[in-house]
Design a protein around this ligand. Structure first.
Ligand code: CP
Ligand code: NVA
Length: 299
């Protein structure tokens, strides 16, 4: 059993195992988690994560319970620790989407069942699993380079870790002050390069990835962020043309069209954003099977 909080918890072998299991579960529906319960807490909005986890549990023969924080006693001051202790009595795993990464760490510290980070301010490991499956489906060649353009945010941090595990080079093109976190960079030292120039970062890349310039929880910084990122860090046709001719475009979604990406790129032929969203379902099934199977509620 392990918790999945950042993606640094797994090694290359476990990543391979998860991706292979995802491919199997993508091709055949199997009820591997009969009567298992997955409880999710949401401090912030979610479309893909929430629905794909709910559907994953249903299709695996189990059940998911999604709780908005306003529905539970956490919103009235019950501690994270007591919430975790309670939910672990009825669930085989707990998922949480939180503002502060320390909240998911606190949950994991006391939980008797595995905890999955469904996005914090620092990491989004479930997104990375789907992204790595997507890259495997579209890019068969070795020695791939991914260019991350924009904010070195939660999605970027987990992707840096995932690319390192998968043997993919990652160049982060971001303005000064918007770099990814030190822990992710340290973990992936040999695989990651930070470049404060979007054109240099994207040049000849096989994969181009961007995300919103204003993540959830950063809304009060919107004006200064847009000033820092626009126009240089918008993935438009001109910037995208500097990547390889067959480069794919990726985005975790939701996208703010006209800010970090233009319609022409996200709706273009080389955009794989819908496959990424679909693959959330398959990779999360694999993750749930890995964490919940043969793992009853621990003593
Ligand atoms: N990519 C992602 O996590 O989407 P949601 O915020 O809709 O869950
Ligand atoms: N970086 C974005 C990702 C949303 C899936 C956010 O945190 O809002």
């Amino acid at each position: 059993m392990y918790n999945l909080l950042t993606l640094m918890e797994i090694d290359k072998k476990e990543l391979e195992h998860l991706l292979e299991l995802s491919i199997i579960l993508k091709s055949e529906r199997r009820e591997l988690l009969k009567n298992k319960i997955f409880t999710m807490i949401f401090q912030k909005a979610s479309t893909r994560t929430r629905v794909s986890f709910e559907v994953a549990m249903l299709e695996l023969g189990g059940h998911a319970i999604a709780l908005n924080v306003s529905d539970i006693q956490l919103s009235r001051g019950e501690s994270i620790e007591d919430t975790a202790r309670t939910l672990a009595l009825y669930s085989h795993a707990i998922g949480a989407r939180v503002y502060s990464h320390s909240d998911v760490e606190r949950l994991a510290k006391v939980s008797r069942v595995p905890v999955i980070n469904m996005l914090s301010d620092l990491y989004h490991p479930c997104q990375t699993l789907a992204d790595l499956l997507t890259i495997r489906e579209y890019k068969k060649e070795k020695d791939l380079t991914l260019a991350w353009i924009g904010d070195g945010d939660n999605v970027c941090n987990s992707l840096i870790i995932g690319c390192h595990l998968a043997g993919i080079k990652i160049r982060v093109g971001c303005p000064e002050g918007y770099e990814p976190c030190e822990d992710a960079i340290r973990f992936a030292r040999e695989s990651v390069e930070i470049i404060h120039n979007s054109k240099e970062a994207i040049k000849d890349a096989d994969i181009v990835y961007t995300d919103s310039f204003v993540s959830m929880g950063k809304e009060s910084e919107r004006e200064e962020r847009l000033k820092a990122f626009l126009p240089n860090y918008q993935v438009n046709e001109e910037l995208f043309s500097l990547a390889k001719k067959d480069a794919i475009f990726m985005h975790c979604l939701p996208a703010k069209r006209g800010e970090e990406v233009t319609d022409a790129v996200i709706d273009g032929e080389r955009s794989v954003v819908w496959r990424q969203a679909e693959n959330r379902l398959h990779t999360q099934k694999a993750l749930l099977v890995r964490l919940l199977r043969n793992e009853g509620i621990k003593d």
